[in-house]
Ligand binder design. Structure first.
Ligand SMILES: Nc1ncnc2c1ncn2[C@@H]1O[C@H](COP(=O)(O)OP(=O)(O)O)[C@@H](O)[C@H]1O
Ligand SMILES: [Mg+2]
Ligand SMILES: [Zn+2]
Length: 508
């Protein structure tokens, strides 16, 4: 007898519907699965046989053929264990075919018949509606994420026997529901706060400006000055994620298997800090089942590259596409996948090899050629995409000890200003597919960055005297726009320009 049910496979950060057909016919006892790669077939077959037997059912000693269609979609095993087992139990007369032919089932089985969670739940449930399916059976631990899709009934189970009882109507199960929007709107309890950082007012202000306009930022300073501390606290002042942003980020985290049990959505902006030994594949994504890289895991959040000069040059080169296009394209033999990758790049570096160039407390032992060589490790095209360059000098002793440098502003206070400045930008660019000042192109810069006379003169002088490039000119205008937005000022004045010029410390 043939039975039929639905399952799903992950393709990039989306899901495709997979039809699972199971035929049991008389003949030699052979159990074959068509449509899965060879290694996955063997593993899945072994788990399904054991799980069915150990759940107290007879495993049919007949010719069993399982077809997972369409065959040309590349599938990872695991996820199909449950639908295959249910198909076999139905074809062997344990479950009515009508009880399963309109539902979707996913889940990996352990040898004793328990259901293990799988990756990519959110993309799967979100795609079901499109296919006209409104019921899904999921492993217990996947229920929170599955409940994000509002029009899908989610039936969570922890073992195969329970699923069978439910399908035979021997037990009643209420679909799992949860108000995910409410979860999202709760104010996060931050373990870390900008108030932890003593002194460094200039760098903290730069972080506020960067966060307000979505600008990429690099911090230059000796070891121990607080660069890493500042970077880690940037997500605490960024505006809350919208529901749509949260869903997009969650899809990426979900297919990467990073969602925690009990977590339905990624509700805080991500902060990722890959080590400098990271490979380009780990950074931008790839692999034989293409997986998102760090640039995508930090989508809608912060990608922090600590000790930027230590990264391999070819690794930094691959950052150019995502920085420019806000997506990454990963090519495989047969197909090309794209992953979203819209992040704020925050980087840090020492001013020179020994770390003390320009320091008033310790002497730098590098010669000018060494300093230049050290700095040239970061390519021009990458530096061109970083709007804010800020020096973070070593703390002076009174900054460490004096009370007046502690307990200053909290992240909560700074965030209020950031949110207000972002709101202005949101209104300014409405309908243009631009969300913040950092994303302005030449056309928007021309239209939105109106300088008063004094500001125009100051900028002209600075370009002549400090020798800024045309690129630096645009960056100064964008950052000045953000500084003006922080003061709710339509016109960019000379104080705004003067501050923006200070954030070009590597250009001088
Ligand atoms: N401005 C600061 N305020 C408070 N503590 C600081 C500050 N700067 C550095 N520290 C202390 O020094 C440690 C190292 O700081 P870190 O941010 O890692 O420096 P960097 O990244 O610049 O090398 C921190 O964990 C913190 O304890
Ligand atoms: Mg550091
Ligand atoms: Zn030095």
């Amino acid at each position: 007898m043939i039975s039929f049910l639905h399952s799903a496979a992950i393709h990039g950060i989306n899901a495709c519907l997979i039809d699972v057909e199971v035929d049991i016919a008389s003949g030699l006892p052979i159990f074959s699965i068509v449509g899965l790669p060879d290694t996955a077939v063997k593993e899945s077959r072994d788990r399904v046989v054991s799980a069915i037997k150990n759940s107290g059912f007879d495993f049919p000693t007949k010719k069993i053929t399982v077809n997972l269609a369409p065959a040309d979609i590349k599938k990872e095993g695991g996820i199909f264990d449950l639908p295959i087992a249910l198909g076999i139990l139905s074809s062997s007369g344990n479950i009515e075919p009508n009880a399963i032919n309109k539902i979707c089932a996913i889940g990996e089985l352990s040898l004793d018949g328990k259901l293990r969670p799988v990756k990519g739940i959110l993309p799967i449930v979100l795609s079901l509606e499109k296919f006209g399916i409104n019921k899904i059976i999921v492993p217990e631990k996947n229920k929170y994420e599955a409940s994000v899709a509002k029009n899908i009934e989610v039936y969570p189970f922890s073992e195969l026997t329970e699923v069978v009882k439910f399908l035979k109507k021997e037990i009643k199960v209420v679909p799992f529901q949860q108000n995910t929007i409410n979860n999202l709107n709760t104010e996060p309890i931050n373990q870390i706060d900008f108030a932890d950082i003593k002194g460094q007012f200039f760098a903290k202000r730069a972080a506020e400006v960067a966060s307000s306009g979505g600008h990429n930022m690099i911090m230059i300073g000796p070891p121990g000055s607080g660069k890493t501390m500042i970077a880690k606290r940037i997500p605490t002042i960024l505006p809350p994620m919208s529901f749509e942003e949260s869903v997009e980020t969650t899809k990426i985290w979900s297919v990467s298997g990073l969602m925690q049990t009990g977590e339905s959505l990624v509700s805080q902006r991500p902060f990722r800090s890959p080590h400098h030994t990271t490979s380009s594949v780990a950074l931008v994504g790839g692999g034989s089942y293409p997986k998102p890289g760090e640039v995508s895991l930090s989508h809608n959040g912060v990608l922090f590259l600590d000790e930027l000069t230590e990264f391999k040059r070819d690794v930094l080169e691959v950052l150019r596409q995502p920085l420019e296009d806000k997506i990454v394209t990963v090519s495989r033999a047969k197909n090309t996948l794209t992953f979203p990758a819209s992040f704020m790049l925050i980087a840090s570096m020492n001013p020179c090899q020994c770390g003390h160039y320009g320091s008033s407390t310790k002497e730098c032992t590098c010669n000018p050629y060494q300093v230049m060589k050290y700095r040239s490790k970061i390519s021009g095209p990458l530096m061109d995409r970083i709007d804010i360059q800020v020096e973070v000098p070593a703390l002076k002793i009174d900054e460490i000890t004096s009370e007046k440098y502690t307990n200053i502003e909290s992240s909560h206070d700074i965030k209020k200003r950031v949110v207000k400045a972002r709101q202005i930008q949101y209104e300014r660019f409405k309908g243009k597919n631009i969300y913040c000042n950092a994303q302005m192109g030449p056309k928007e810069i021309k239209k939105c960055c109106t300088l008063d006379d004094k500001a125009g003169m100051l900028l002209k002088n600075a370009i002549e005297k400090l020798g800024f490039s045309a690129r630096a000119y645009d960056r100064i205008l964008k950052v000045a726009r953000t500084i003006a937005d922080l003061e709710s000022s339509d016109i960019i004045s000379s104080t705004h320009i003067a501050e923006a010029i200070k954030y070009r410390s590597l250009d001088k």
